[in-house]
Design a binder for this molecule. Structure first.
Ligand SMILES: [Zn+2]
Length: 454
């Protein structure tokens, strides 16, 4: 039993978290569809649930975190067709880039990362069971979930039937018994990926993969299911329908959803052309500053992404690292400051936790005694670790490390040393002046050349 409180979309209220099995907490989060580089909106749930998992790991002896990879999807098929590249190549490459981008944002990998295409048999078994139990039916090579067969369908989103049909933008197809029924399996033509099934060669609908893979790795009932707010309906509503009708057991106990992310006040969209990829942002700021900017808003609130917000995040981190720099020998304390922990325990209030980080930094800056400084820096480091922050070397950070430019600067310094040795002083001076123009100051001293940001 802990004092952790989480907002549960299912009850629409903040509840005390009670683990189904305190010896083993289980969490599932919907992962990316791998056809394009992740944008900052995709990164938000990854960062938010990374903080939750870090907190759960502090509270419970064992946590299993599953996040899937959707590698069968019509958007992937369309990309393969447009680019002429094989699907497997696109999904493998996009998965690798996703891993790289998320690691730079300080997100720890999930314990299990199942791919949809490796779990088709589990999906077919679940669909078969739903048909046998009268919750699904086959029609013209499709298998559909019959929404009317579930008495409490709609309990997560709380939508009316008409709103559901409009929200799901479901096709009114002649083979459907009811417009609200959704696809579990659909036929594939020869040019599309497909698997043999009792209903002919085809491929799964999107929702069934999460029901099948969460059951495979976490069991029929587990503690927490997370994702973006946009997934509440229809994706999560349909996951509940499939899982509970198949298993006759409650599915996830807690449903957590992060709010929308906008860019400059507008929804990100291809047509506006304001989609910000994580990769692009990593060229502008260190991953930790991006993470900090995401955590500056409470996860349930909408987050408006702006250049100013990212700059403010970077300078807030600079301030925290400057405080840490005054206690270079400090190591993370065993205990996180009570204020920071209490903020996180209250439905992951990261903005409040961040304000407490600043309080610790202020106390650290004011402390005159070095052992007191070391103690406060140790607390700051422990709190930072819990949030996936402040784990860089302060000196390196303040010099600009964390930016991709560091190795470039080091390489230029090497070039300048070589130029000096070759008595090409014109080149050596030019390298120094070029770096200065970019805001990097070189300092020659007895120990060699060091550099810092102007
Ligand atoms: Zn899902």
């Amino acid at each position: 039993m802990s004092d952790l409180k989480l907002h549960n979309t299912l009850s629409k209220s903040k509840e005390g978290f009670v683990a189904l099995d305190p010896a083993h907490v289980r969490i599932y989060v919907c992962g990316p569809t791998v056809y394009d580089r992740a944008h900052i909106g995709n990164a938000r749930p990854v960062i938010v649930f990374d903080v939750l998992v870090r907190l759960l790991r502090r509270l419970y002896p064992r946590v299993t975190y599953v996040r899937n990879i959707t590698d069968v999807d019509d958007k992937i098929n369309a990309k393969a067709k447009a680019s002429g590249r094989p699907i497997a190549e696109i999904t493998a490459e996009t998965t690798k880039l996703f891993h790289e981008d998320m690691a730079l944002l300080g997100a720890l990998p999930p314990d299990i990362e199942p791919r949809a295409t490796a779990h088709i048999a589990q999906m077919i078994a679940m669909i078969q069971s739903l048909i046998e139990q009268g919750h699904a039916y086959e029609a013209e090579g499709h298998v559909l979930f019959h929404v009317a067969s579930m008495a409490d369908y709609g309990k997560l989103s709380g939508r009316s039937r008409d709103e559901m049909i409009a929200g799901a933008r479901v096709e009114v197809a002649p083979y459907k018994k009811d417009a609200a029924d959704f696809v579990l399996w659909k036929p594939s033509t020869d040019d599309l990926p497909g698997w043999d099934s009792p209903w002919g060669r085809g491929r799964p609908g999107w929702h069934i993969e999460c029901s099948a893979m969460s059951r495979e790795y976490l069991g029929e009932s587990f503690d927490i299911h997370g994702g973006g707010q946009d997934l509440i309906f229809p994706h999560h509503e349909n996951e509940i329908a499939q899982s509970e009708c198949c298993n006759h057991a409650p599915f996830a106990r807690f449903w957590l959803h992060n709010g929308f992310l906008k860019v400059g006040g507008e929804k990100m969209s291809k047509s506006i052309g304001n989609i910000l990829s994580v990769h692009q942002l990593l060229g502008e700021a260190p991953g930790e500053a991006i993470r900090f900017a995401v955590l500056s808003a409470h996860y349930r609130q909408p987050l408006d992404w702006t250049d100013e917000g990212l700059k403010a995040a970077k300078s807030a981190l600079d301030r925290l690292y400057r405080a840490l720099e005054t206690a270079p020998k400090a190591r993370a304390a065993a205990n996180v400051p009570e204020t920071v922990l209490a903020a996180l325990m209250d439905d992951l209030n990261t903005p409040l936790a961040i304000s407490h980080l600043h309080e610790v930094a202020s106390a650290l800056n004011k402390a005159s005694d070095q052992s007191e400084k070391d103690r406060l820096a140790g607390e700051l480091l422990a709190a930072g670790a819990l949030m996936g922050l402040l784990q860089n070397d302060p000196k390196g950070w303040l010099q600009g490390a964390g930016n991709e430019g560091v190795s470039e600067i080091e390489a230029l310094i090497e070039q300048r040393i070589a130029a000096k040795k070759a008595k090409d002083f014109a080149l050596a001076d030019r390298i120094r002046d070029d770096l200065k123009a970019k805001g990097i100051l070189l300092e020659d001293g007895p120990g060699g050349t060091s550099w810092r940001k102007l």
